[in-house]
Ligand binder design. Structure first.
Ligand code: TXA
Ligand code: MG
Length: 319
């Protein structure tokens, strides 16, 4: 069992000694280690059972520090950073010398983000190295949005989880990079396309490739519960799976004539940010119920709805 607490000095000491810490962020909890320490980064891959071709995001607390870990910053990405950091946005930047191939899986870019969480920021401020931190879940499973989620899956493998309460955004960061002169979104996430394009202009979304993914968050089957998970129109899916015990993930209202205890409503008021905040904990709860399968419906395709639907489709994908 990991110790769960709010002791930043303790977390910093473990990290300085090359250990792993559960890190709260506004998107999801991370599994953090010193990004400049090869053994510590190796331990992240082992603990998560993550394939080494899946690169990590490094986290820090200022644009000045980001500049020391990267070679340059395109003016449009700099504008996004100045406007939205700290926040749920990850930028792919030319990798600086300090950052090893292990972190970037041999790519010439490094993914960087300044998270918007008071505990994470005060921890990062004390450290003289960035933190590599993938989501703190076994590879392919649902990302954690509370310290208890981290404890449930990785608690026997890490000494300490910094408890920053439930993640505000609830869904991983949006990942953006540049190819030629085009801004490309590689992962839909906690920062909406509407907000980003208001600052950066037109964005190309390239988040759906499933073979040879540039970003394994792009793998078709990802973020998946262990129970069979089906996406579609709920009353229709109920008919298809008649006779089975069914968990239901609904957007804004309970499905009539089904027990409420087997249902999760993401946002009774139909608010997409609230729905994103509840998505992963709702999927986890349904996954632990005594049900044969889970059914879910998509949400409206605007704001954070795009990222929510992306996660639901990947959870339902079978390859
Ligand atoms: O919100 C988040 O981003 C959370 C919190 C903890 O910050 N982190 C997170 O990390 O979601 P992870 O490792 O679960 O997802 C990182 C994604 C992966 O899909 C990885 O392939 C992609 O970022 N990535 C990292 N470096 C990359 C690079 N240089 N080029 C393309 N994709 C990259
Ligand atoms: Mg992840």
């Amino acid at each position: 069992m990991a110790i769960i607490g709010q002791d930043i000095a303790k977390a910093a000491k473990i990290l300085e000694e090359g250990g792993l810490v559960g890190l709260p962020t506004e998107t999801v909890y991370g599994l953090a280690a010193n990004a400049l320490n090869i053994e510590a980064v190796t331990a992240i891959f082992e603990t998560k059972q993550r394939p080494s071709f899946d690169p990590l995001i490094i986290h820090t607390d200022s644009i000045a520090k980001v500049k020391t870990y990267t070679r340059s910053m395109d003016p449009r990405l700099l504008r996004l950073a100045e406007r939205f950091w700290p926040g749920p946005l990850t930028l792919l930047l030319p990798r600086g010398e300090m950052i090893s191939d292990l972190v970037t899986s041999g790519l010439d870019t490094v993914a960087v983000r300044i998270p918007n969480h008071p505990l994470a920021l005060s921890l990062l401020k004390r450290l003289d190295f960035p933190l590599a931190a993938p989501s703190a879940n076994p590879f392919g499973y649902i990302s954690p949005t509370t310290a208890a989620h981290v404890e449930a899956q990785l608690g026997d493998k890490i000494p300490y989880i910094l408890d920053g309460g439930p993640s505000d955004i609830g869904i991983e960061s949006t990942i953006i990079g540049i190819e030629g002169d085009k801004l490309i979104v590689y992962r839909l996430g906690g920062m909406s396309l509407e907000m980003l394009s208001a600052v950066a202009g037109h964005l190309h979304v390239n988040a759906h490739s499933s073979s040879n993914p540039k970003s394994p968050g792009m793998l078709k089957s990802h973020y998946a519960p262990r129970k069979p998970f089906y996406l579609g129109e709920l009353s229709n899916l109920m008919k298809v799976h008649q006779g089975k015990k069914i968990g239901i993930l609904a957007f804004d209202q309970l499905l009539a004539d089904c027990p409420a205890s087997f249902q999760e409503v993401l946002s009774p008021s139909g608010d997409l940010s609230e729905a994103a905040q509840h998505l992963f904990s709702a999927m986890r709860r349904l996954d632990t119920l005594d049900v044969d399968l889970i059914i879910a419906s998509t949400v409206p395709d605007r704001g954070l709805g795009l990222a929510i639907n992306d996660r639901l489709r990947r959870a339902a994908a079978t390859e």
